[in-house]
Design a protein around this ligand. Sequence first.
Ligand code: NAD
Length: 501
Amino acid sequence: MTISTEHGPLRERVAAFLADDPGRLFIGGRWVAADETFASLDPATGAEIARVARADAAQVDAAVRAAGDALAAGPWERMRPAERSRLLWRIADVMEEHLEDLAELETLDQGKSLGTSRFGEIPAAINQFRYYAGWPTKILGETIPTSLSRTPAGKEVFAYTRREPVGVVAAIVPWNSPMIMTAMKLAPALAAGCTIVLKPAENTSLTALYLGRLLQEAGLPDGVVNIVTGFGHDTGQALVDHRGVAKIAFTGSTAVGKRLVSTAASRLARLTLELGGKSPSIVMPDADLDAAIAGVSRGIFDNGGQVCVASARVYAHRDVYQRVVDGMAAAGEGLTLGHGLAAGTDLGPLVSAVQAERVASYIDEGAADGVTVVTGGTREGDVGTFFRPTVLTDVPPHARLMREEIFGPVAVVTPFDDLDEVLGWANDSDYALAASVWTEGLSNGHRIAARLQAGTVWVNCHSFLGPELPKGGHKESGWGYENGPQGLENYLETKSVVMVV
Ligand code: NAD
C-alpha cells in the first residue's frame, strides 16, 4: 500500500527557524555551534530536516558552569517568588502564541499526527508551566517547637526550615513526547528556583531548540536554562557525570535508568527516574464496552504506541473477549496512516527505522510462539517507518511480547474468567507504571484500583494525565514522581536553621 507523505508548505515561522541554522547549543544565553553535527530526519520520508549539534564534553561543561553561575548570582538568584510565577506564566503565554509552530515542528520531527501535537501534547506542555506558575509563592518552610536539653538557661531555641532549590538539574528526556517531557521537568524545576541543562533525545531535538528561543523571548535570564543536544552515550553521559550537576531528572528506558543509578551513586546526586511500562487494562463483563474498546484502542494506537503508559496488555472477561478483540481490530483498521502533517492522518510513522525494525522483530518472534495476528503485524508503505496497528491473541505469558515494552502500536489481548486470576496476571510484570480497569461497578472499580500494582490506575479511562496528577512508576518503572506537589519536591532541599535567642 502506498502511504501519502504529501503535505502543504510549512508555517512561515517554522520554515524560518529551520532555515536559520537551528541546530546550535544554547549555553549561557548564547547560541553556540559545535564541531560535529548530525541529521534530524522526518520519519515519514527519511528526508533530513535539519542538522543538530553534537555537544562535546567541553560544551557540556560550559553549559553546567553557566547553569551554576546563574544559580549562584544574578537576576535569577535575586528574583522574588512572585516574579518567578509571572515568568513561568509568561513562558506559557509565549508558547501559546507559538502553539501552531511548536505543534507542526513536533509532528515533522517526531512523526505523530498534527492533531495529537496541536490539540494534545503542546497544550499539555503549556499547562505544565501554568500549573507550576502557581507554586513559587507557596513553597513554605515550618517553624519547629524544640525540646533541646542544651538550651542555655534563660534562652529559647527558635528553629525553622527553609526550602531551597536543589541546584543545577540535568534534565534528560526521550523522543516519544518531547515537548511534554521537557515541560514536565523545566516547569517544576524553575518554580523551585533551580537552573537547568536540558538534553533532548537525539531523534527529536528541534522543539526543545525552538523552546530555547521562546524562553529568551519570555525574558528568562541567561544561563537559567541551557540546552545541549547530542547522543546519550557521549553528550548525555558527560552531563550526568558532571560534578556540578546536583540532580538528574531522567525520563527514558529502564535499561538506561538503571545505569544512571550507579552514575548518581558515585557522588550521591539526587535522581528521579520515569521509566518504561507494560500497562495492563482489565475489561470487566459489566463494562460499557463501546467506551472500553475505544479507550484501550486509543491507549495503544495513539502516537503509534510510543507512549510509556500505553495499554499494551488487554485482559478481557471471556463473556466480552471476542467483542473486544473484534472492536480493537476494527479500531486499528479504521485508522488512516500518513505523514503527520497530511490532512486526514490519524497515525503517523514510528520515530525511526530502528524503532520500526525493533517492533517488527517482536512480531516475528511471536510467530514461533504460536501467536495469532488478528490484524496488522507488518510495516506499511515504501518509504518512512509506518507500522500497522496490530492486535495479537494467544500470546503465552512467558513471551517477550507479553513481558517487554515494545513501544509500538501492538496490543496483546487475553481472555480471563476470574478476578483473582486476572489480577495475578496483570501484576506479574517487572513494570508497574499504569493500569486501567473498565467496569460500571463502583465497588469493583475501587477494589481493583487498590489491588493493581501501578503508579496510576484509571477507571473507565486510560492515559488521562495532567500537571496536577502525580505520576510515577512503581517497581522497575521508576523512582519518584512528577507532577503535582510531589513533582516540585524533586527540585527542593530542606535546610534546618536552629537559633538560640
Ligand atoms: P532512552 O533511555 O534510550 O533515552 C532517553 C534519553 O536518555 C535520551 O535523551 C538519550 O539520549 C539519553 N541517554 C541515553 N543513554 C544515556 C546515558 N548513558 N547517559 C545520559 N543520557 C542518556 O529512551 P528512549 O528510547 O529515548 O525513550 C523511550 C523510553 O522512555 C521507553 O522506555 C518509555 O517507556 C520511556 N518513557 C517513560 C515515561 C514515563 O513517564 N515513565 C515517559 C515517556 C517515555
